[in-house]
Ligand binder design. Structure first.
Ligand code: KIV
Length: 277
């Protein structure tokens, strides 16, 4: 595990828990979150010291090749979440409640949240939506399910929001988003994720809340940052959002390796004596 001199925690915990993110926020620190969908990658990110891994319903796009997150099911979330939990030792692991698993009623949300935690071993669920979901967050938390609220751009509502677009650009956006965030915090959310929100608005929300925030396309004023790993590490060969920084070109490494392997096989150079019994 790679420790960081920039961590504000006195000691790296054996396993990150919600209390550690609160300590990080209280001490004015930062934390990193990456999406993750399988045990192999989870093991690598966990060893690298990434504090939080999110099984996002973005798996619909980056794993299943769909053009939205809307088709992702509870069964999908359970399968991929189990794999990520199996690959981690230290990271805090949370997973999305997928579209259709919580909107109908508070009872549906509690049932889905408990199922996801019980069947996978994740530590929290993430739920998209604003103040209308405060009762769901309250009931989930009362039932023992930690909730990360997700506001700003919420991909599950793309058809209502009119597509992928920055939220919170209207004149009174800061007031509206701060008020919304305070309601979600009061309902019991342990953390607030903001997606595609102007940096000053997200910073004002972080400032107003006592709970930690995490941003994606929301500037540098949030407590934590999250990225979809295929976007950030160069595995996504399609369109990558402009707020993503490219840290590696894993796609190129894989492509070069696959070409080299194929060439070796076609030239009968693999397997050689060193790789035969
Ligand atoms: O599903 C997901 O990966 C997410 C991130 C974009 C935050 O919700």
């Amino acid at each position: 595990m790679v420790d960081s001199p920039y961590s504000v925690l006195k000691k790296t915990p054996a396993r990150y828990r919600s209390v550690h993110f609160q300590q990080i926020k209280d001490a004015g620190g930062k934390f990193a979150m990456l999406t993750c969908y399988d045990a192999t990658t989870a093991h690598i990110f966990d060893e690298a010291g990434v504090e939080t891994l999110l099984i996002g319903d973005s798996l619909g796009n980056v794993v299943q090749g769909q053009n939205s997150t809307l088709g992702v099911t509870m069964e999908d979330m359970i399968t991929f979440s189990k794999a990520v939990v199996a690959g981690t030792q230290r990271a805090f692991v949370l997973a999305d409640l997928p579209f259709g698993s919580y909107e109908a009623s508070v009872e549906q949300a509690v049932e889905s949240g408990i199922r996801l935690v019980k069947e996978t071993g994740i530590s929290a669920v993430k739920m998209e939506g604003g103040v209308e979901y405060a009762p769901h967050i309250q009931a989930l938390t009362a039932a023992g399910v930690a909730v990360v609220a997700h506001t700003g751009f919420t991909p599950q509502s793309e058809h209502v929001l009119g597509g992928y677009r920055v939220q919170g650009r209207e004149a009174d956006a800061t007031t509206r988003m701060v008020e919304e965030a305070l309601v979600l915090q009061d309902a019991g959310a342990m953390m607030l994720l903001m997606e595609m929100v102007p940096a000053d608005v997200a910073a004002a929300v972080d400032e107003a809340l006592t709970i930690p925030t995490v941003g994606i396309g929301a500037g540098n004023g949030t407590t934590g940052q999250v990225l979809v790993w295929q976007d950030a590490f160069g595995l996504n060969r399609g369109r990558v959002p402009s707020f993503v920084k490219k840290y590696a070109d894993v796609g190129q490494v894989l492509s070069d390796a696959a070409k080299q392997y194929r060439q070796d096989v076609l030239k009968a150079e693999f397997p050689d004596n060193d790789h035969s019994f």
